[in-house]
Design a protein around this ligand. Structure first.
Ligand code: DLL
Length: 459
């Protein structure tokens, strides 16, 4: 194990940069900004064009104040240049790919160089240390391995701090409980909602999770509330810390909570430069104000993104933290500026469901995605109105006394519903309930159509 020997000053943190003064941090950031703008301007025609249009040359960034002159990058642009159009490193230097589903079913792809993987490992080692994980821990890594960044990112960081990682990945509910018992896992890394589900399974199996060796949770990938934290702490007998990140920036590890305070997430701002803007005007807002989080991963080589619009809502504070870290903190993400949904850790847009309905059902006008949390887990019901024609035909069948025809119509509709369900599972990756409802029963809205009815308790 390579767990670092710690000096007195930064005994609680993994790296020196986590506890340096503001001036030194800003010097590091300015240096990285300058290197970054020259790098992307030189390496990628898309950025050259964007900067030329904004009238900013690489040499124009002389202070951190100049950063606001640079153009934003949106998720749609990554999609437009799918798959590798925004890469700045040569293909031969890419050593790993990850991806997340995008607005139209096209994925948002990320490519990592060896240095990017090292950077990722470093920030994840900080997050693990922040949560209190050490080389003595056994980490049950429940985040999905695969294209999703949660599994491997957490794996790299936990290994770096010297912990022993169990790469169990998601699912496998009974086996998860068995491993907790038999291997004596001390840490769980998971989406909070899946942990709640595991608790139910534990109860069914008659296992008191509080009595196991678990002591830490490193949870994230979806919004969760303070009350959910309390509940998880209590149910598992652990201290659960929040961790934030997104594939476009690196994956998990953009920011993390310290176990000492657990009141906001320290941003690894020497790798991920945070800003808060007004989502409509793009104006940069001062610390303390709530708005859309913008991040620039200015040290990445594979696909650094300039002033990336995360669509996540948060606020920043530079107030000193009792843990000793000087990294600015972001408030837990309270929502999004777009309609992206996160269900059991899977991200998707209602428009993706719409295009599947369109393809499988023929119409897409009247549907509603109902999201609820009746128990521990989020559940999704897609309600679709059958059209008038269907009803008229059924009524005609009834009047004509031709029951066989009605049953035929119903069977066809059921088959279509089954196809729809399977496509949603295949394309988006979640199991939903599909209900057919009578024409006119889904509420019509005046202005913008309301496609999502999110009934989950607010974070
Ligand atoms: O969810 C990376 C990750 C993995 C983070 C494991 C933490 C733990 P994506 O799949 O690209 O990446 O989803 C990113 O998920 O823009 C937020 O909307 C949301 N999100 C991630 N972490 C949190 C969190 C990973 N702690 C999107 N709280 C982001 C609230 C979160 N929302």
């Amino acid at each position: 194990a390579t767990h670092r020997a710690k000096g007195r000053d930064d005994a609680m943190a993994w790296s020196r940069e986590e506890t340096i003064g503001r001036e030194e941090m800003q010097r590091i950031q300015l240096g990285k900004w300058q290197k970054f703008v020259s790098y992307v301007y030189e390496k990628n025609p898309v950025y050259r064009k964007k900067m030329d249009e904004a009238g900013v040359m690489p040499g124009d960034i002389r202070s951190l104040g100049d950063v606001s002159r640079l153009p934003f990058t949106a998720k749609a642009e990554i999609r437009d240049y799918y798959p590798f159009g925004l890469f700045t490193a040569a293909q031969e230097d890419i050593v790993e790919f990850h991806a997340t589903s995008g607005t139209t079913g096209k994925m948002v792809v990320v490519g990592y160089t060896r240095n990017d993987v090292e950077l990722w490992t470093e920030v994840m080692a900080r997050a693990c240390t922040g949560a209190g994980i050490t080389k003595n821990d056994i980490v049950q890594n429940i985040y999905g391995y695969g294209l999703f960044t949660g599994g491997l990112g957490t794996h790299y960081g936990a290994m770096r701090v010297g912990a022993a990682v169990i790469p169990i990945s998601g699912g496998n509910t009974q086996k998860q409980i068995m491993l907790m018992q038999d291997f004596g896992s001390t840490v769980v890394t998971s989406t909070p909602s899946f942990l709640m589900r595991l608790h139910e399974v534990g109860v069914e199996m008659g296992v008191d999770l509080k009595k196991l060796k678990l002591r830490i949770g490193l949870l994230g990938a979806e919004p969760w509330s303070e009350s959910m934290r309390q509940s998880i702490d209590e149910k598992f007998g652990i201290k659960a810390c929040d961790m934030y990140g997104l594939s476009e920036m690196i994956g998990p590890g953009v920011s993390f909570e310290c176990h000492e305070m657990r009141n906001g997430l320290h941003v690894n701002e020497d790798y991920f430069y945070p800003e808060i803007i007004h989502p409509d005007t793009g104006e940069v807002l001062p610390y303390g104000e709530k708005g859309e989080l913008i991040i620039t991963n200015f040290a990445n080589e594979g696909q650094p993104l300039m002033r990336y619009r995360t669509r996540d809502i948060s606020r920043l504070t530079a107030e000193p933290c009792a843990c000793g870290r000087t990294l600015v903190k972001m408030e837990r993400v309270s929502g999004r500026t777009d309609d992206m949904l996160i269900i059991r850790g899977v991200n998707f847009f209602p428009s993706q469901i719409e295009s599947i309905i369109m393809k499988r059902w023929g119409v897409s006008s009247h549907y509603m995605v109902v999201v609820d949390r009746p128990g521990a887990m989020d559940e999704v019901e897609v309600k679709i109105e059958v059209n008038d024609e269907f009803m008229k035909k059924a009524a005609a069948d009834v009047l004509a006394g031709s029951e066989q025809d009605i049953l035929g119509d119903v069977a066809t509709a059921r088959q279509k519903r089954a196809n729809l369900l399977r496509d949603i599972k295949d394309i988006i990756g979640i199991t939903v309930k599909v209900s057919l409802v009578a024409p006119g029963t889904i509420p019509r809205s005046e202005g913008k159509a309301k496609r999502v009815d999110d009934r989950r308790p607010k974070a």
